[in-house]
Design a protein around this ligand. Structure first.
Ligand SMILES: [Zn+2]
Length: 576
């Protein structure tokens, strides 16, 4: 927040890091320089801006999905300054515009940092990124967890991905002594390694200098902040206005030492009664899921029994990760915004490295207490609801239960069902990547879901722009499951008594109204168009339209044939 001090310091704080890059003179130096990018990366929060790692060979630590009791060192593709490889490679007017803007942006950043020949540097950085993009995997290809699971020994690297000094790289990444390394996209890693020897060192120095300046920009002088915003948010996402300094400061603090903020948030905004009620509701949803699984007609008995075992094993966590992380190793210095960011990134990287060789911490969260979101983690076999979503429209401990079940109850059912859908079927009751559905189950499930895909394909939020029924299928299935489970759980919570009529509305009417209110929202047309192309969730208005598949909704509001939202019974999709 001390913008005057940041302005006075100018590019001074950046010089040490730029000198380190300028001193890269050998292939081993380059390998260390590439590894350093991962250490210096302050990771975005989940649900935030693009989470592509900035390093062309991004190092990190992950849970072994085939043996979820251990951690593995991991290498993944990254290192592009636009959201996806398609931006570099696909012949499309929007992407072509972004490419032109990106080249100008790189030059502007190099110029602001005082580097010589910013135009030439930008051309070289861009050419190198375009080369990296060519060997990278598409988002579609990255959706297959089996293909992303490739274990390489240290000795494999020189043969499978020649061109990089792998000993220097792996040591600099902190992977000394690791016998096995998980390589997520082998051909992309091989492509980047090849570029390490095929592209001149001078070009790599420009590239790494740009990565360094880019990490500095959000906490640098105003000119850097504005140039960074103009490209990243205005050009790429259509955001018209830079967020207020306090908002950017809170976001940076959340990324750098989020659990410290999270602990404060929990104390202040998560009353014990909210936790107790949330636990009662999640248990009720879980019980509803068990009843639904037992009653399924399309699932084979052997799969049902495994599903019930998995349901029993699934954990539900509310509030935040417990215990919260603390930051004893992190030095925070007044008047050193960039230094704080670098130290926080390196602290987080070290913390991850320290997990190697230790048992898996199944309590870990990637969300913070104040995050307004929910998640299912099939490997840790749990669903998580931060305190941030246990408020407002989603939940009020004093509200009528119909309203809570229609809002947070549906979200709970949605997340729980993710552990049991076609993606969840890939992870067994230990959280291991191991398909537990029979081929027959998969066939039955797919046949039922195709009808839902076709239903959503017909929706047209903007003239000529339809929802992609397959892109959004998993989330639409989860919404439908969430509605069914939450309504069951609400009915069970009445304990056999009729629901009270409140304000002239029945219990079921209040349930469905509450569900629809959660998804009230507006977005700019440009953003909506981008969502339709990339977001696996349908826009809110059409998530609300999911009720058309629920018989109880027709009864609640006496919806008749010929009315806009009516669907004939044979077209309603029933899955769980
Ligand atoms: Zn979901």
């Amino acid at each position: 927040m001390d913008e005057a001090a940041i302005e006075t310091a100018g590019v001074g704080p950046l010089q040490g890091e730029l000198r380190r890059v300028a001193a890269i003179a050998t292939p081993a130096d380059l390998a260390r320089g590439i590894a350093q990018v991962s250490r210096d990366w302050l990771r975005p929060l989940p649900g935030g801006a693009s989470a592509l790692p900035p390093a062309p060979i991004a190092a990190g630590v992950t849970v072994d999905v085939k043996n979820p009791t251990r951690y593995l060192p991991q290498l993944a593709q990254g290192g592009l300054g636009m959201p996806d490889r398609d931006y570099f490679l696909v012949d499309d007017a929007t992407f072509a515009k972004a490419r032109t803007a990106y080249k100008a942006h790189i030059a502007a950043m190099l110029r602001l940092a005082g580097l010589t020949d910013p135009e030439g540097g930008a051309a070289r950085v861009y050419a190198l990124e375009e080369r990296l993009a060519r060997s990278q995997w598409s988002r579609q290809a990255q959706r297959d967890p089996e293909k992303l699971y490739n274990l390489w020994s240290r000795g494999d690297f020189a043969a499978k991905a020649p061109g990089l000094d792998w000993d220097a790289f792996l040591d600099a990444a902190g992977f000394q002594g690791q016998a096995v390394i998980l390589v997520a996209e082998p051909s992309a890693i091989a492509g980047a390694a090849e570029a390490a020897s095929a592209v001149p060192l001078a070009d790599w120095r420009d590239y790494l200098a740009f990565r360094t300046i880019r990490a500095f920009a959000p906490v640098g002088p105003r000119a850097f902040v504005e140039e960074n915003f103009a490209f990243q948010e205005r050009t790429l996402a259509g955001t018209p206005e830079l967020a207020q300094p306090w908002k950017r400061a809170v976001q940076t603090t959340e990324r750098g030492m989020g659990h410290a903020l999270s602990a404060l948030y929990l104390q202040k905004y998560f009353p014990p009664e909210a936790r107790v009620q949330a636990q009662v509701m999640t248990q009720a949803i879980k019980a509803a899921m068990a009843r639904r699984i037992r009653a399924l007609t399309w699932m084979t008995p052997q799969t049902k029994s495994r599903a019930l075992t998995k349901l029993t094993a699934a954990r539900i966590e509310v509030g935040a990760q417990q215990p919260e992380l603390t930051y004893e190793a992190l030095t925070v210095a007044r008047n050193d915004a960039y230094g704080n960011v670098l130290r926080a990134a390196r602290d987080a990287y070290q913390r991850n490295l320290a997990k190697l060789g230790r048992p898996v911490d199944r309590g870990e969260w990637s969300m913070l207490a104040e995050t307004v979101n929910a998640q299912a983690n099939p490997v840790l076999l749990k669903i998580m609801f931060p305190a941030g979503i246990m408020q407002g429209l989603f939940f009020d401990p004093k509200a009528d239960p119909a309203v809570n079940y229609g809002a947070i109850g549906v979200v709970m059912g949605h997340e729980l069902s993710h552990l049991f859908d076609d993606q969840g079927a890939k992870f067994d009751e230990r959280g291991a990547l191991h398909n537990w559905w029979t081929p027959e189950d998969l066939k039955q499930f797919t046949a039922a879901t195709e009808a839902l895909a076709a239903q959503y394909d017909r929706y047209e939020p903007l003239p000529g722009a339809h929802i992609n029924g397959h892109l959004t299928l998993g989330e639409n299935i989860a919404d439908l499951a969430g509605l069914s489970l939450a309504l069951d759980a609400y009915h069970a919570s009445l304990g056999g008594r009729p629901a009270p009529v409140l304000g002239g509305f029945t219990g079921d009417q209040r349930f469905f109204m509450s569900y629809a209110q959660v998804y009230r929202g507006v977005q700019r047309d440009n953003f909506l168009r981008q969502m339709l192309a990339t977001d696996p969730h349908s826009p809110g208005e059409w998530r609300a339209a999911e009720v058309r598949n629920m018989d109880a909704w027709y009864q609640s509001f006496d919806v008749k044939p010929g009315q806009k939202m009516h669907l004939p019974p044979e077209q309603r999709v029933r899955l769980w």
